[in-house]
Design a binder for this molecule. Structure first.
Ligand code: SF4
Length: 209
């Protein structure tokens, strides 16, 4: 897949990669590099042959994604030209289905209640911190910017975002979504991201015990 070179992102990645030689890489960087170095069949001399990027620098930039969808914290939906990343991947896994235009966030099995630092029983934190990255410049020649953005979720889910009605090509939007358990058991809830130019769907699933 031919991939648009984004000098600002690459520069950011090189700067972080250099700094991390001294301070140590972040967790998402290490997890991504582990996938590249398993080794991935597309890795050659430290360069991903699918996007021609140095993976050490690329993996340092949060809004960069693996073109083969191997990295676990971010997935690209080519049909929409959008990637969805999760900033707290310890809470849920993320997967994508091109046919149904859908990302799935799976909490797995978790306890409804936990104890806080004072020993008080509280609801388990289910707040997922997500980022939508507009990479439509890599897939479309027209309608690369997104306008009239709306986010909505079904009952038992809350969704919140910083107000942003337009998402320029190459830019990203952060939002939170969480499932609020009302009873124990298996659940599957829906949310969607709508723009004038495209849309995608989110399924939130898991089992509360
Ligand atoms: S970025 Fe993805 S496709 Fe490229 S080398 Fe790494 S894991 Fe493989």
């Amino acid at each position: 897949m031919a991939k648009k070179i984004r000098p600002d992102r690459i520069a950011k990645g090189v700067a972080k990669a250099t700094k991390s030689l001294i301070s140590g890489s972040s967790k998402f960087t290490k997890d991504r590099l582990l996938e590249c170095q398993k080794p991935c069949e597309h890795l050659s001399n430290g360069i991903c042959v699918l996007c021609n990027c140095v993976v050490k620098a690329k993996s340092e930039v949060f809004e960069e994604y693996c073109p083969a969808n191997i990295w676990k914290d971010i997935k690209i939906l080519e049909k929409a030209g959008l990637a969805l990343a999760i900033k707290n991947p310890d809470l849920a896994t993320i997967s994508v289905n091109e046919e149904t235009n859908r990302f799935t966030l799976d909490y797995g099995k978790y306890k409804w209640k936990t104890k806080d630092e004072n020993g008080k029983e509280v609801d388990t934190d289910t707040n997922l911190k997500l980022v939508v990255v507009n990479d439509r410049g890599n897939f479309f020649t027209e309608n690369q910017d997104l306008t009239e953005i709306k986010l909505a979720a079904s009952c038992s889910c809350t969704i919140s975002s910083k107000p942003k009605k337009t998402l320029k090509e190459g830019d990203y939007l952060e939002f939170d979504i969480k499932y609020e358990a009302r009873k124990a058991g298996v659940f599957s809830k829906k949310a969607h991201f709508l723009a004038k130019e495209t849309a995608f769907f989110i399924t939130l699933k898991g089992e509360v015990i």
